[in-house]
Design a binder for this molecule. Structure first.
Ligand code: C2E
Ligand code: CA
Ligand code: CA
Ligand code: CA
Length: 276
């Protein structure tokens, strides 16, 4: 029994080592990727639910790892957050999004806003306002072409501390959206204390429209709540016609999801955009 126990332990320990080693390796690779800026921005269209026109898009980062291939942001963003690399990644994303807008403008494209995800760490760093002000100023683009998606959990961390920053961003003209709305188990009180214009209903609710009665009710309630607070609503993760029909019937303003388009590289996004 003792031997078995020791073997079990050894197996466990070496398993741990492998996991830790892999994590460290990924961290080193991520550091290198940040140095070399070996990321790409993909864009997912946001469509007006009634007209079907493309009225915005969300920028989503992709990392092409030299050996692993594409690594999902769901995997490396948490690592980037725990190591602090996220601040440089978020900066790169903001700059790339604005650079892309300028490139599309040069092509004569009538622009729509790009939404960029901002991590909690970046948001708390105190650099966001100055960085965005500078970026917008340099680009000569109107500030309302940039929208920030901030998760409900991030906003909830420090409502009072966040309020002045959001107000300053709003004054600058930048759009503000609450991401993953409904997953933060929050009191709804913060909503009226922050100058927010858009709620994004989390896809976990959208995916269960029609199959889970509670989730269906939550979706209707969020739309009604947002409208009563004079906010717009985006449904994310729309995959089926049935979901789209329900959202339209409920008056949801915008929809985003695989039903319409996956996130696309800039050139493919432009082709989709021009077809609409
Ligand atoms: P998120 O901000 O909630 O982004 C939505 C995620 O849902 C994206 O995954 C998108 O590709 C995916 N999605 C869109 N439509 C559908 C659909 O119809 N069905 C399904 N099943 N999924 C759909 P992605 O690109 O893998 O990103 C995952 C998360 O990583 C994002 O969640 C966001 O939290 C984070 N992230 C992505 N890009 C960035 C970035 O540039 N900066 C930061 N800080 N975080 C990012
Ligand atoms: Ca988002
Ligand atoms: Ca989301
Ligand atoms: Ca459910």
């Amino acid at each position: 029994a003792k031997t078995a126990g020791r073997n079990t332990f050894r197996f466990y320990a070496s398993g741990m080592n492998a996991a830790v080693r892999e994590e460290l390796e990924l961290e080193n690779d991520l550091r290198e990727a940040v140095e070399r800026e070996s990321f790409e921005l993909y864009y997912q269209p946001k469509l007006d639910t009634v007209s079907g026109r493309m009225v915005g898009m969300e920028a989503l980062i992709r990392w092409h790892h030299p050996r692993r291939g594409w690594v999902s942001p769901a995997e490396f963003i948490p690592l980037a957050e725990s190591t602090g690399l996220i601040v440089r990644i978020d900066t790169w994303v903001l700059e790339e999004a604005v650079r892309q807008l300028s490139a599309w403008k040069k092509l004569g494209q009538a622009l729509v806003p790009i939404a960029v995800n901002v991590s909690a760490r970046e948001f708390a760093s105190g650099n966001v306002l100055a960085r965005i002000e500078q970026l917008i100023g340099r680009s000569g683009l109107p500030a309302d072409l940039l929208e920030l998606e901030i998760t409900e959990t991030t906003l909830m961390q420090d409502v009072d501390g966040t309020a002045p920053l959001l107000s300053a961003l709003k004054k600058l003209g930048v759009g503000l959206a609450v991401d993953d709305f409904g997953t933060g188990y929050s009191s709804l009180n913060y909503l009226k204390r922050l100058p927010i214009e858009v709620l994004k209903i989390d896809q976990s609710f959208v995916s269960d429209i029609g199959t889970d009665e509670d989730d269906t009710t939550i979706v209707s309630a969020v739309i009604a709540l947002a409208h009563s607070l004079r906010m717009k609503v985006v449904a994310e993760g729309v995959e089926t016609e049935a979901q789209a029909a329900f959202l339209k019937e409920q008056g949801c303003d915008m929809s985003q999801g695989y039903l319409y388009s996956r996130p696309l590289p800039a050139d493919e996004l432009l082709a989709f955009w021009r077809r609409r």
